[in-house]
Design a binder for this molecule. Structure first.
Ligand code: SF4
Length: 335
């Protein structure tokens, strides 16, 4: 490859390199994928931010220069960056939390107790600007939840994920209609379904519904692994400045208690007596939402740290690496 003078290698603004202890990633936040690169490639990319490529290549030995050219080819072939003589025309994106809302996410363990306070809760959801809801519910309460669901149309909630525990109060053949009636439902998971019931129901591949015999509980949260990495802009920004799971999130358990999430024991008041506006001012509530990956032991040296979810429930100390992670960023091995 012939490199003209005054040419710079520029990564696309949506492609962010992240250096780890032993290797690095480039997270493509638009295509929602990531690429593994050697740390020497990461360093080469940093060196070329302000210095023309030819000048940098001239400083290297013949062997290192050949390696550097293979890095340039890799970046261009994978559409992660481009060559330009005018890098100033392509400013970086400012990676700051732009959400104007007090809260973004809420998990509700829906129950008759919660339904008693429906109007009060809907008002708080509106005031705080909550956009994403996860509802954990029993099948027997699904009809009761219908009115709550209809009333959400007057709030800023944009999507709802429903995680429903099977019981024999309702035929599962009624669920497709239920989901079809509410376009706001993004996904509906029915879990703990007995094998004989599961066997008679054939699911469409592109359906928003998933029926499974697996039992999902609060212990099912916090799984770590490559299949759970999220390489998108919202997640990446959240990880840079806060806890990517708990920031601007609140949950209400079936008894009306406010928590950071259903898996954490701390309680910050009850829907009977406490306003959500008071909950989000609680110092301990705020602390959990503010722990960044860069604050967590081991994770702070991991190349996946801004795309890997950060559960604070399954840890001994608030700054420990998540319990379910078996990855070692110092060796790049899984135990
Ligand atoms: S070390 Fe931390 S950031 Fe890396 S994979 Fe494990 S939990 Fe995720």
């Amino acid at each position: 490859m012939k490199i003209e003078s005054n040419t710079y290698l520029k990564l696309f603004a949506n492609c962010k390199p992240v250096k780890g202890a032993k290797r690095a990633t480039i997270c493509d936040l638009q295509r929602e994928i990531y690429f593994l690169i050697p740390n020497s490639c990461y360093d080469f990319l940093q060196d070329n931010v302000h210095v023309p490529l030819a000048e940098n290549l001239n400083r290297l030995s013949a062997t290192d220069s050949k390696t550097a050219i293979s890095y340039i080819d890799y970046i261009i072939e994978n559409e992660l960056g481009f060559l330009t003589k005018d890098p100033h025309l392509y400013p970086d994106i400012e990676f700051a939390d732009l959400s104007p809302h007090l809260l973004n996410d809420m998990i509700i363990e829906f129950s008759p107790v919660i339904n008693t306070h429906r109007d009060y809760l809907l008002e708080d959801i509106t005031i705080c600007g909550i956009q994403f809801l996860e509802i954990r519910i029993r099948l027997s309460d699904l009809k009761l939840f219908q009115e709550f669901l209809a009333a959400l149309g007057n709030t800023r909630v944009r999507s709802i994920d429903i995680v429903c525990e099977y019981d024999n109060s309702l035929s599962i053949s009624e669920i497709p209609n239920y989901v079809d009636n509410f376009s706001i439902i993004k996904s509906f998971i029915l879990h703990s379904v007995p094998t004989e019931t599961l066997g008679i129901y054939i699911q469409e591949k592109d359906s928003r519904q998933l029926f499974t015999g697996e039992r999902l509980s609060n212990e099912s949260c916090g799984q770590i692994g490559r299949q759970y990495f999220t390489s998108n802009l919202r997640f990446f920004i959240n990880s840079l400045g806060s806890n990517n799971c708990l920031n601007k999130k609140v949950s209400i358990d079936k008894n009306g208690n406010y928590r950071n999430c259903p898996s954490l024991p701390n309680i910050y008041g009850n829907i009977h007596t406490t306003s959500l506006l008071d909950v989000i001012k609680n110092k301990e509530y705020v602390l959990y939402g503010s722990v960044r990956k860069d604050d967590v032991e081991t994770c702070k040296d991991c190349e996946y740290r801004y795309i890997c979810s950060d559960c604070r429930a399954h840890v001994t100390n608030i700054y420990d690496k998540p319990f379910y992670c078996n990855y070692n960023p110092y060796t790049n091995e899984y135990s």
